[in-house]
Write a protein that binds this ligand. Sequence first.
Ligand code: SAH
Ligand code: SF4
Ligand code: F3S
Length: 466
Amino acid sequence: MDTKTTVISEAALQQQLQICDHIHAWWLTQNITPTAYVETYGCQQNEADSEKLRGYLIQCGYGIVKEAEGADVVIMNTCAIREHAEQRVFGNLGALTHTKRRHSRQKIFLCGCMAGETKVSDRIKKSYPHVDGVFSTHHLWQFPEILWKILSGSKRQFYIADEPGSIAEGIPQQRDSSLKSWVSIMYGCNNFCTYCIVPYVRGRERSRKKEDILAECRCLIENGSKEITLLGQNVNSYGKDLALGYDFSDLLAEIAQIPGDFLIRFMTSHPRDAGRKLFDTMASFPKIAKQLHLPFQSGSSRVLKAMNRHYDREKYLELVRYAKSVMPDLVLTSDVIVGFPGETEEEFEETVSLIQEVHYDSLFTFIFSPRTGTPAASMDDPTSKEEKNRRFDRLCNLQNAISEEIHRNYVGKCLRCLIDGTDDGLLTARTEGGRLVRLPGDKSLVGTFQNITITGSTTWSLTGQL
Ligand code: SAH
Ligand code: SF4
Ligand code: F3S
């Protein structure tokens, strides 16, 4: 297979922007201000992609609205990570037949990770005739061209070619928040964990040039952004494809030296490529949040091998020990899968004991979901659904107890937090470690860092006072 990254030329992107202007003018001649709705499923990568879709739509003259009813364009930016996520999308897509019937001008598109699966595009071709276009993540940069084809009366469009993936700089981006910003530093994944669909739908790992990333970060900070989250499926392998001897830690250190009052976060770190250099870099720069999302997936080395994770229980624990030794206040979160094919009761107990040993601040627990085309989907899986549910509940209860205890220990401490919004008459804030705090105060404080004394706690959040 060809694994070369396609870098979209400036001229090709300029052409897309010209189509945007053309669409804008086309609506103006009809005296219509069109509207668009983008629904986002899945992870932060999709959130960041939706910001680009909205950027393009605004350039095309669309006003962004908050529901599908009455919108001229509806885009479903989908997630394929688990069966349940896909079922939700198909359900909601079905319901759009009605919104389209009530608003015949409505054009419906499906994009994101599900659009990269042949079984999904086949099903849409056959059973969802009201969907006007499907485009995979590789083709997002061509959205204006796809939209114009549909508006000008062409037949349904399917931009779903299987390719290693591209990098397109210069797509306009309508950011959800001026305070907290996503910055994708790389796309795709090369790891092929045996349960995971991401490498199949998002293509090969490819890094943006550091100059482009730094310029984007500088611009965001100059415009008042207070929190930058660097995104990638495996940020620790940033730069490997560029072969410039410049890695993720080097990038972090350089961003941390941009003048201004802001915090840097990143996700996701893969334990395979995380190491001492990363943790030492985190420890040395105050602007890098002492927060780490380090998915372990299983506490059993046998299961980790079957998952193709390239680390074992010991190596994982050794990483965590080192990270905590250089960052005593580190907030550590993780992902875990229960019921991977063939996981025995003893292997599940190893997951339990790892959680007890590490003491995560919070944990995302998933029941294994077979994804068509991945190796794990055809592995022997004798464990019953009931048993998997039991294991799942056990992990949730264990983690809730740990989170509650950790949160209780915050009470009385004074922490520097970013006030990031309001909710139900209270201010909301995030600690450096990303924990949610609610507190009374004036909404003029939103967007500032403040010292907050923690006065109370629950399993999920903290309360405080300025
Ligand atoms: N790139 C990240 C993970 C992205 S997907 C990493 O490697 O850490 C987010 C989480 O979804 C994964 O960490 C995993 O716990 C879960 N996940 C992925 N595929 C899954 C599947 N088939 N069934 C259940 N959970 C899955
Ligand atoms: Fe999926 Fe593994 Fe890649 Fe994460 S590292 S996206 S779990 S294949
Ligand atoms: Fe889902 Fe795609 Fe993210 S599958 S989790 S939206 S990379």
